[in-house]
Write a new protein. Structure first.
Length: 98
């Protein structure tokens, strides 16, 4: 059985008063999910916007990844598959992990 879909993720960043906020929005054509992240520049540090963007975006994508994993776990449970024990805290295939 062949299956193909295209999911899109958009990352949207805003910065105001030393705080960068990010939204990572996943659209799979049927539903959307939104991850959120933020980064704040320490007032004693040099402000480098690119670093705030990277931190906030990565946090938003990590939030989104967690939501996807929890949705998959719920869907697995709904079809009778056992939930992982302990709950998942990492992602990917075991051989991909450091």
């Amino acid at each position: 059985m062949t299956h193909a879909e295209e999911w899109t993720v958009g990352v949207y960043l805003t910065e105001e008063d030393g705080t960068t906020k990010a939204r990572a929005v996943l659209d799979n054509g049927k539903t959307t999910m939104t991850g959120r992240g933020r980064a704040r520049c320490n007032p004693e540090d040099v402000e480098i916007p690119a670093i705030g963007d990277e931190l906030a975006a990565s946090r938003a994508m990590r939030d989104l990844a967690g939501q996807l994993m929890r949705a998959a776990d719920r869907d697995l449970a709904a079809v009778g598959a056992a939930a992982p024990s302990p709950p998942r805290t990492d992602y990917g295939w075991p051989e991909d992990r450091p």
